[in-house]
Design a protein around this ligand. Structure first.
Ligand code: ZN
Ligand code: ZN
Length: 241
């Protein structure tokens, strides 16, 4: 686990044949009110928990797990994480919360072929991705999380309930899989994805002042060039409709 800034910590995803999303832990150390952003790939729960313990985090101070979205590479090890932190709440955007509560895993896997592959490879039983959601997010909320103000941004397109988290004071954006380093964006061909929504979400993010970009995969960028997200949106515009 590495420190991005005071109150923002990073556990790098451990990609295998399938990627493992990064995990971020937010909240000032003295607050006793930490939040986990995204879990990761199935089987990566112990790795992520051990990284937190090695960094001296008291797991009792983790109060919630916030999902940027519920794809397999982000939610796969949620149950493993929750075995260690059973009292942590689960926060998900309302557009993905209902299917999660119903045990409908179409968004989790994104496509039938991928579902069959994962279920065979990880020996997954049906209803593995059925969870009670403690808070259904809409976007637009501001939460005091661990003595930091975080705004929830509703940025669909990569998935129907994708959210980002934005800290205006430190100009930090956690966009999930909507935008990455190196002018890359999230795929928009999976179940519930929509290219035109993704374009609008990128344009929305382009209006924010962002210095630190903490995406779900690939490089973390701590000195983001001005207009980076606008330039990314422009490069992809003709593919997004
Ligand atoms: Zn995704
Ligand atoms: Zn991902």
């Amino acid at each position: 686990m590495s420190r991005i800034s005071e109150g923002v910590y990073f556990i790098k995803g451990q990609d295998e044949m399938i990627p493992d999303s990064h995990m971020y832990v937010i909240g000032k150390p003295e607050s006793d009110d930490l939040s986990i952003i995204d879990a990761g790939l199935m089987g990566k729960g112990n790795y992520k928990i051990n990284a937190m313990l090695d960094a001296g985090i008291d797991l009792n101070s983790v109060k919630r797990i916030i999902m940027t979205h519920t794809h397999f590479d982000h939610i796969g090890c949620l149950s493993e994480i929750r075995e260690n932190i059973p009292r942590a709440e689960l926060w998900v955007h309302e557009n993905e919360a209902q299917s999660l509560e119903d045990g409908d895993d179409k968004i989790v896997y994104g496509m039938e072929m991928f579902k069959n592959m994962c279920m065979a490879q990880y020996d997954i039983s049906p209803d593995t991705f059925k969870f009670h959601v403690d808070k259904k997010l809409q976007g637009g909320e501001h939460f005091d999380l661990g003595n930091m103000d975080w705004e929830v941004l509703y940025i669909p397109g990569h998935s129907p309930g994708s959210i980002g988290l934005y800290n205006k004071l430190e100009k930090i954006l956690i966009p999930g899989d909507v935008v990455y380093s190196d002018y890359a964006i999230g795929r928009f061909d999976l179940h519930g994805a929509n290219g035109s929504d993704l374009k609008n979400s990128l344009l929305r993010l382009a209006e924010l002042e962002v210095n630190i970009l903490l995406p779900g995969h690939n490089r973390v960028v701590t000195d983001l060039p001005p207009n980076y997200i606008a330039d990314t949106a422009k490069q992809w515009a003709s593919y997004l409709f």
